[in-house]
Structures are given as C-alpha cells and as structure tokens.
Design a protein. Structure first.
Length: 256
C-alpha cells in the first residue's frame, strides 16, 4: 500500500476491484502521460457516467461504475479511484450547496423537505506541481446542452443541477485547468480531505425516514426527471432558474 495518503486505496476508493482494474486496462490509460491519464479519467466520468442520483453518497467507486450514473459526490469518488490507480495524487474538497441548485430536479411537492444545505464536493488532482480543481464532470453533455437550449439568453443559473454564471461557456471541458459547473451554489466550505471516507466520517446527510424515502422513492423520481431533461423536457420552476442563488458565497479555499 502507498504511504502517500493522496494515492492510497480506501474502502470507498476501492481501485483494486475488478471492474475498475478492467476499465483502465481495457482503455490503456496507464500507458499515457500523467496529464493525459487525468484527461481520460475526467472525460470518462463526465460523459460516460451519466448525471443521476445513486442510493447514497457513500458508495464505493466500483458501485458507482456499476450504476453507470452519479452526482457530484459519487462521481468524485469514482474519479478519485481512477486517478489513484493510475498513480495520480488527488484529494477531496468538501462543501455544501444551497438546495436551490437542485430545483427542477427535486419534485416541487417534496422540495420543501430537502435539506437547505446539501453535501457537495469536487476533486483536486496534483498535476505538474499544482493542484487542479475538477468539478465540471458532474453534468453530462446531454443535460448541459438541454439547459443551454432551454435558456438561450441566460448565463446565470442555479437550478437543474447547474450553478454557474457561464451557462453558455462553462469551464467544463478538459484543458489541464480548473473546471466548474456547480460552484455558484456553494454556501459552506469544509476544506480538503485525503479521501471521501474521511469526509463522510464527519459529514453525513439523509438519515432516518427522510433518507429511506430518498433511497426508495424520491431519487428514482429525480432520475426520471433528469432523463426527461436530457431529452429536452425542462420543467417550469417558481420564479425562474436563477432566482435563489445563495445570499452570500463563502471564501472558497482554492487548491494550492
């Protein structure tokens, strides 16, 4: 096992599992230069793992890969596992986002029950001596294109899983630099952690009856709405999709 906590395997970052080993072997990513490895993993998680809601934030990476879909936290776990297996140090940066970012995906009838502050994360990977932030992998191209088509004259949005003031030119494509798609919704910064396991040991959400309802009913409802969104069916939401930006964004600790 690696002595570097930023490359270690953990129960959630289970990169020695068969599906993850097979994926990287089949794609030949390990033979690439470091930046190209990171690019390949990022593009895979962004578009080949669809935007959607898993049963829990604390799924191992192999389960996220098996599901074939994920949201910010579960996609982050999978991306970190892929990066670490390929020898790229990475870390987990934890936040909360205002629930308005999920409006239009969470059905209006249950929206009042959603926590005001929802756990969120992005991945920071070490490349060429600096930490590069990756958050732009959350929305797949089909979802992003549907939002751009639905709101042709609007750049600021905090709804439908997007939180950005650059809807029509978001920083999501791989360039070796920071990428973002939900940053505008952030309202608390928990700092960096060596692994998602360390973060969830301190921060958990959707327990008890609300958690059960989410896992058994609400997330399936949300995923059906994401599928319709991906096909261009964008529901109307009260006051428009940029109406509930967090009143004051925190001083986000930049990757250094």
């Amino acid at each position: 096992m690696s002595s570097d906590p930023m490359t270690q395997e953990t129960p959630l970052l289970d990169y020695s599992s068969g599906p993850i080993l097979s994926l990287i072997a089949d794609r030949g990513w390990s033979a690439l230069e470091p930046a190209e490895r990171a690019k390949a993993a990022y593009k895979f998680v962004r578009n080949e793992i669809a935007f959607g809601y898993n049963s829990d934030d604390t799924l191992p990476a192999s389960d996220v890969l098996r599901d074939g879909y994920g949201q910010c936290n579960t996609k982050a776990t999978l991306l970190m596992a892929l990066l670490r297996l390929m020898g790229l140090p990475c870390r987990f940066h934890g936040f909360t986002i205002h629930k308005s970012l999920q409006r239009g995906i969470v059905p209006e009838i249950v929206y009042p029950l959603a926590p005001t502050n929802i756990l969120h994360s992005w991945v920071e990977v070490s490349l060429d001596g600096r930490w590069v932030t990756h958050e732009g992998f959350i929305l797949d191209d089909a979802v992003l294109t549907a939002l751009q088509t639905a709101f042709p004259d609007q750049d600021s949005i905090c709804a439908f899983g997007a939180g950005t003031d650059k809807l029509h030119a978001p920083d999501v494509g791989w360039s070796g630099r920071d990428t973002y798609i939900q940053r505008a919704g952030i309202n608390a910064d928990f700092g960096v952690f060596a692994s998602p396991d360390a973060f969830y040991a301190e921060h958990r959400q959707l327990r008890g009856i609300n958690g059960l309802l989410y896992r058994l009913v609400i997330r399936h409802w949300m995923n059906a709405r994401v599928d319709r969104l991906r096909r261009g069916v964008v529901p109307t939401i009260p006051n428009g999709p940029a109406s509930a930006l967090p009143p004051q964004q925190p001083n986000v600790k930049e990757a250094v």
